[in-house]
Each structure stands twice: as structure tokens, then as C-alpha cells.
Design a protein around this ligand. Structure first.
Ligand SMILES: Nc1ncnc2c1ncn2[C@@H]1O[C@H](COP(=O)(O)OP(=O)(O)OP(=O)(O)O)[C@@H](O)[C@H]1O
Length: 728
């Protein structure tokens, strides 16, 4: 039988031999006794005596060295009743368990006086059962160890962590010579002897009878088995206690967790912003109703969804946190401000993120980069129109925005190229700078320094300390090159190089700087035609036109002209706070069929003008600016409404002029010349510059010669108007 307290039979082999030797050999008992006397009186080495076991010899030496007299009869160290009670209280569990195990020991047919004891590690009796009362030292108020009772079975069994028998003369003290004691250790979970079970019997001096031997062997096995059982039971008890403690801790922890979760939920739900909690990988574990509302995704669908792809701005959450934690993202065409914080575990490891989410004001756009650059606050949802043509263009541009490629926007003047550029920028990198240059509006000699920047003293008038160019400033954002068709040919080669290696060198500079930016170029010119005329580099065209969005002219966008007219009327109403103004049937028809060569911009100004001009809250054709109203005689028949789109700028057509529809006189130099409404062929043409000149004249006329007011009507700056007047 193997276990922690030892192997009953094998552990007793030496003891059995000893007992057998004592029974079979009359002189064995005396041999031990003589050896002890020889050791005590003559300093003889007890290890040399063949009848003395080495453990016993060792114990004699220790007992001797402790100063104990072998002929002492007052053995053991007296302890107080208080100390005993304290020890009993400390060992109550082992004592109770032992008691229940040894209660039947009386039923053993022990022939001699005996005492069955459980002694703690220091030798104090915790339990005593038996009738051996003539030896006072075994009384309860004694501590019995090797130092005060000499060689004994319980000390040795605990020392060697195995059952031990000490017979008559093996005891160091003569007073114990009439006893035989079998002891076995009680061993705890950490393999320490914490107590000993001992059966001590009186034994007649001299050889043992066969029945004595039998009883002794039986007693040894019993003690050993009981000690093993006691050790096991204690271990089980300890495990049960641990289990109960663990269960209690667990249930306390889960109660705490529930309480914490309910508090967190209450707090989180009380926050007005939407809140998402996700793990370190980004998988969402909690989403408040407001977050689900803002994201337009049901809360249950949000669980497990990756927050990194849902509310990211191109940077990793870790990067965002490192750079301040705030960012602006566009989700479902709406602008949102997000704040991201990290959640750390008890060992400072990243456990996840808390993301708060709220609708943002446009002013937050670019805020996290210090608002470098031009204003770009247009989102795709601001690009109006109900026609499939504009919606297709928006969908395409929005798809392109997700790439990092350059984008080319082609469309006639006023079709919304600038709006598209801003919307693409805000969808792709709302936190980055939006740098814009109109190549047609800047004198060619200045474009280079504007674009590339310059070093100090690189030309007369250069700012001290140099100046970064727009490309450099577009780092992390967008460079919008409007009217790219007007870029000087010699600069096109430099621009191509910059686009190819994303490195820029300032004018007069010596070192290149790596810049991460996206180019959005726009033009109302037919670039392939410019290429064929050697006014635009073919390689640059290929480079910038990989992703091209053609913006349809208003005349091709079925239903949009009327939609815009009503929208702009409403805008005027809100702006002025005046009453409602409507279009007469005739005016509405006219708006629908007019070709609007200046597209949305022209329509907008025409409606604004008519709004202020009309009387009685109804706009008639006469209320439109003169150059439009004069087309009355040439407007399309009503049945022309909804006809197929015509005249859209394509890469194969020249867009520098606008097609003028059937029945219209060709453009003239005066504002009094009629304009055209959309009709079928034949199609004479009117150049954009003619249109512009006429629009400018009309605006000045309406503004009674006030340039600032005329510029406002034209939706351009006063400076631009002056420049245009100068150029024309
Ligand atoms: N789809 C649209 N929704 C709302 N407004 C629009 C739309 N398209 C154009 N506009 C308005 O028309 C005007 C001209 O737009 P924008 O400047 O973007 O056009 P563009 O194509 O860049 O013109 P240009 O080539 O002359 O620079 C602006 O006032 C703009 O608000």
C-alpha cells in the first residue's frame, strides 16, 4: 500500500526484523542494552554495535548531547493548561479527524496496557486513548521530544517521515525500557510531518512470545494505516476548504463583476455620446444604443464587428491614441468626432479600447492637424441632385476616395468639381490638410514657388527663411490642382516627377523631402485635346487620369435643374427670412429646359437674382437676368423635357466651349444677345469666355455698377472680378 505516509510493509521491514530478532534471540534485547551502557559509560561508538540500528544510535547521541540524563524519571517538559488549550485549538481539525478514525482502537485486542496518541510536531498530545497511566510523562500537560524524553518513536517517525518502532532498551531513558512504541507520521500537502500517531504498549522484558510478536506486527500496520488515512483525510479536508474558498471568491468576483457591469452600463448609457468597447483586436463587445443609432447598425449586429474598420480614419487606433486620441471620421456620409482611449489589464497589457462617438461640427475637420490648409468642409451628402447621373458620379468618386491613387475630375465650369474634391478629401483623410491651387488664377511664374516652395534668397522678393510649397503642406492630406489644364508645360514635368516618387525639392533648395499626399486634379478642358496640341504632357495625363470622374453638365442631369432651383429659392428664403417665393409654371418649364452652360453656379445666381427681382412671390421668366430672359423666344418646346442628355463634356470633346442648342443665335459680344435652351440639332457653339463676359456684364448691370455686389452675385471674390474685367 503506497502513499504519502510510506509503504506499510516495506517501511516496517527493519522493525519486523528487529522484533523477530528479539523473539528468536534471547540475547538481542541484552545486546542493545549493553551497547547503550557501553556508549553511556565507556564512550563506545553505538554505530559499531550490530544490534543497534543507525537511527537509534544517532538518536542516543543527540539525546546525550542535549544533556538529558538516561536515568531521569521526571521526563517530558511540563506545559501550562493555557498552552495546551491553545495547541488543542490550533490543531482542532486534525485532532477531530484523528479521533473519528481511532475511536475503534479500543476494540483491538491489545493484551497489554497501551496508549494511543496523536502528538503534534512539538510532542504535545492532542488525543490520548488508552489505559497506560503509570507513566506520568504521557499525561496531557507534557511536551515530549527527543531533548526531554530521549529516543522515542514519534520523534523518529516524524524525523524520517516513515513509520518507526522503538523497542524497550532502544529508548534512551531507562524509565521507558518497559515500553514498545509504534509511530507513523501524519504528512500534509506540502510533504511536511505535522503530527505522529503513536501506539505505546508495555512489554515484558526479555524474549517476545509469538503472540506478542503477532500483536505488535498488527499494531504497527494499524498505526501506519491510520496515519495514512489521517494524512489523506486532512488533505481532502484542505482541498475542500480551498475549493470552498475558491468558490466563494469566484461567486464574490462574479457578483462584483455583475455589479461593475451594471454600473458601467448605467454610466455608459447616461453618456450622451455613443460608446463602443472593443477588445485589443477591435472586436466590439459593447455598444450603446446611441452608438448603434449613429452608426445606423442594430446593436446586436455591432457585437463582434471590427471597430477598427468601422470608425477608423486610416491610422491604427494605437496611432490615434498616441497622437491625442481624437479624430474625425465620416460614417455613412455623416461627420463624426471620435475619442479613443485604451483599456489596460492588471499587468498593463492592452485589453481593448473605449471609443466615444458623436456627430461633429464641420469645424472639427482638419482640427487634429492644426487646420493647415484651405477650407474643405463639403461632404458627399452636400453634393445635391436627384438625377442618376450625379448619383453615379458621387458613388464612383466615393469609391475612388477609398484608394490612395490620384483622381482626375472632369466637367464643365460650375458642375461641382471643387465640391467633389473636398468631399473626396474629407472621406479619405478628414484630419489631413486640403491644399488647393487654381492653376488658371495664378500667374504662371508664381505657380512653381506656390507648388514647390522656395528657399531663402532664391529669388528677388522671396521671404526670409524660405516658404514651404503647397505640396509640402499637403503632407498627410490632399493637393487639389484646379484647372490643371492651365499648368505651364515646363512645370508639368516637375509635377510628374513629384507624383512619381512623392519627393519634393524647394526652388533654390538642395534636399528632397518625402511627402505623402494625394493629388486631386480638376479641369473643364479636354486634356486629350490639349495633349494633341502639345499643351499638356501625355505622360502626366496618364499619371493623373487613372481614376477619372466625369461630372455631368446640368443639362444632362434629368430633373436636377428644377430641383436646384427650388433648393436655391428655399436657401434665399431662409437667408432673408422673407416669405415663400415660387416659380410660375412657365418659369419652371424654362428652368428645366434651359441649357445652363454655366451649370449649377449659373442656375444658382439666376435663381438668386430672380428671387430678389420678382414681385408678389412668384418668379416669372422676366425676373431672370436679362441674358437668360431674352431666350424666351428660343426656349425648347414643353415636350422636350426629359429628352436624352446632350453635350456632356467627354475626354474626346473640347470642353472649352459650350454647345448651344437649336434655334439660338450664336454668341455675340453683348449681353443682349439671346441664349439658348436645350433643343435638338443643329448646334452652334458659344465659348465659355463669351458666357463669362456676358454673366459679368449682367451682374454689374444688376448691381448698378457696384463691383462688390456684382462679385457677390457671381459668387466670386472682388479681386477675381477685377482680374476678369482686366483680362477681358
Ligand atoms: N451638386 C451640387 N450641389 C450643390 N451645389 C453645387 C453642386 N454643383 C455645383 N454646385 C454649386 O455651384 C457652384 C460651383 O461649384 P464648383 O466650384 O464646385 O464647380 P466647378 O466645377 O469647380 O467650377 P469651376 O470649373 O468654374 O471652378 C458652387 O457654388 C457650388 O456650391
Amino acid at each position: 500500500m503506497d502513499n504519502a505516509a510510506g509503504t506499510v510493509d516495506s517501511d516496517y521491514v527493519e522493525d519486523l526484523q528487529l522484533i523477530r530478532s528479539i523473539r528468536e534471540d534471547d540475547s538481542f534485547w541484552d545486546c542493545i542494552f549493553e551497547a547503550k551502557l557501553d556508549f553511556l559509560n565507556n564512550d563506545a561508538d553505538p554505530f559499531q554495535a550490530s544490534c543497534v540500528r543507525p537511527e537509534i544510535a544517532d538518536s542516543w547521541v543527540r539525546s546525550y548531547n542535549s544533556g538529558l540524563k538516561p536515568d531521569d524519571s521526571d521526563l517530558g517538559e511540563h506545559i501550562t493548561e493555557d498552552e495546551l488549550q491553545r495547541v488543542l485549538a490550533e490543531n482542532a481539525e486534525i485532532a477531530d479527524t484523528a479521533r473519528s478514525l481511532i475511536k475503534n482502537v479500543e476494540s483491538l485486542n491489545l493484551q497489554n496496557d497501551y496508549i494511543f496518541e496523536l502528538l503534534d510536531a512539538s510532542g504535545i498530545a492532542l488525543v490520548q486513548i488508552g489505559n497506560l497511566d503509570q507513566h506520568q510523562f504521557v499525561g496531557p500537560l507534557y511536551r515530549c521530544d527527543e531533548g526531554n524524553v530521549g529516543t522515542n518513536a514519534h520523534t523518529l517517525c516524524m524525523r524520517y517521515k516513515k513509520p518507526f518502532v522503538v523497542v524497550g532498551p532502544e529508548h534512551y531513558c531507562f524509565a521507558l525500557q518497559g515500553l514498545i512504541a509504534c509511530a507513523a507520521p501524519v504528512i500534509d500537502q506540502s510533504d511536511t510531518s505535522i503530527a505522529a500517531l503513536t501506539l505505546t504498549q508495555s512489554i515484558p522484558e526479555g524474549p517476545l512470545s509469538p503472540s506478542d510478536e503477532k500483536v505488535l506486527v498488527h499494531a504497527m500496520s494499524l498505526v501506519s494505516s491510520l496515519a495514512i488515512a489521517l494524512s489523506d483525510q486532512l488533505r481532502i479536508n484542505q482541498q475542500e476548504v480551498k475549493l470552498a474558498e475558491t468558490e466563494q471568491k469566484y461567486s464574490q468576483a462574479s457578483l462584483e463583476a455583475q455589479r461593475f457591469e451594471s454600473i458601467s452600463r448605467t454610466v455608459i448609457n447616461a453618456v450622451k455620446d455613443g460608446v463602443l468597447i472593443c477588445n485589443a483586436e477591435g472586436s466590439i463587445t459593447l455598444a450603446t444604443p446611441e452608438a448603434a443609432h449613429l452608426l445606423k447598425i442594430p446593436p446586436e449586429d455591432l457585437m463582434g464587428t471590427n471597430a477598427r474598420s468601422l470608425v477608423g480614419d486610416g491610422r491604427s487606433f494605437e496611432e490615434i491614441v498616441e497622437q491625442g486620441g481624437s479624430t474625425t471620421v465620416i460614417i455613412d456620409e455623416e461627420l463624426h468626432e471620435t475619442k479613443i482611449s485604451q483599456i489596460f489589464g492588471s499587468k498593463s497589457e492592452l485589453e481593448g479600447f473605449i471609443i466615444s462617438l458623436k456627430e461633429a461640427k464641420r469645424t472639427t475637420l482638419g482640427a487634429s492637424r492644426g487646420k493647415v490648409g484651405d477650407t474643405a468642409d463639403i461632404l458627399f451628402k452636400d453634393i445635391l441632385g436627384e438625377s442618376t447621373q450625379i448619383n453615379k458620379a458621387k458613388a464612383l468618386a466615393s469609391r475612388f476616395a477609398r484608394s490612395t491613387e490620384n483622381i482626375l475630375l472632369m466637367g464643365e465650369s460650375g458642375t461641382g468639381k471643387e465640391l467633389f474634391a473636398q468631399a473626396i478629401h474629407n472621406q479619405a483623410c478628414p484630419n489631413g490638410p486640403f491644399m488647393s491651387i487654381n492653376c488658371a488664377a495664378i500667374p504662371p511664374r508664381l505657380i512653381e514657388s506656390e507648388l514647390f516652395g522656395y528657399e531663402s534668397g532664391s529669388f528677388t522678393g522671396a521671404e526670409k527663411g524660405g516658404k514651404p510649397g503647397k505640396i509640402e503642406l499637403a503632407e498627410g492630406g490632399t493637393l487639389f490642382l484646379d484647372e490643371i489644364g492651365d499648368m505651364p508645360l515646363e512645370l508639368q514635368a516637375t509635377l510628374l516627377r513629384v507624383l512619381e516618387n512623392k519627393r519634393v525639392i524647394r526652388v533654390g533648395g538642395k534636399t528632397y523631402k518625402q511627402i505623402d499626399f494625394r493629388l486631386i486634379a480638376a479641369t473643364n478642358q479636354n486634356l486629350p485635346k490639349l495633349v494633341s496640341e502639345h499643351r499638356f504632357r501625355e505622360d502626366l495625363l496618364y499619371r493623373i487620369s487613372v481614376l477619372t470622374v466625369n461630372l455631368p453638365p446640368l443639362r444632362d442631369r434629368i430633373g436636377d435643374a428644377l430641383y436646384f432651383a427650388r433648393f436655391f429659392l428655399n436657401e434665399c428664403q431662409i437667408r432673408t427670412g422673407n416669405g415663400r417665393v415660387t416659380l410660375s409654371d412657365e418659369a419652371a418649364h424654362f428652368v428645366s429646359v434651359y441649357a445652363w452652360p454655366g451649370n449649377v453656379r449659373q442656375l444658382k445666381h439666376a435663381i438668386y437674382s430672380a428671387y430678389y427681382t420678382c414681385e408678389n412671390g412668384v418668379i416669372n421668366i422676366d425676373d431672370f437676368p436679362l441674358y437668360i430672359a431674352q431666350n424666351l423666344n428660343h426656349r425648347a418646346p414643353a415636350e422636350h423635357l426629359g429628352s436624352e442628355p446632350s453635350g456632356a463634356l467627354t475626354q474626346n470633346e473640347s470642353s472649352s466651349s459650350v454647345k448651344v442648342q437649336d434655334g439660338c443665335a450664336p454668341a455675340s459680344n453683348t449681353a443682349s444677345e439671346p441664349f439658348c435652351v436645350a433643343q435638338d440639332s443643329p448646334l452652334p457653339t458659344l465659348s465659355l469666355s463669351d458666357l463669362e463676359r456676358i454673366a459679368i456684364n449682367e451682374a454689374i448691370r444688376q448691381a448698378d455698377g457696384n463691383i462688390a455686389a456684382a462679385a457677390a452675385i457671381l459668387d466670386i471674390s472682388k479681386a477675381t472680378l477685377y482680374r476678369k474685367l482686366k483680362d477681358s
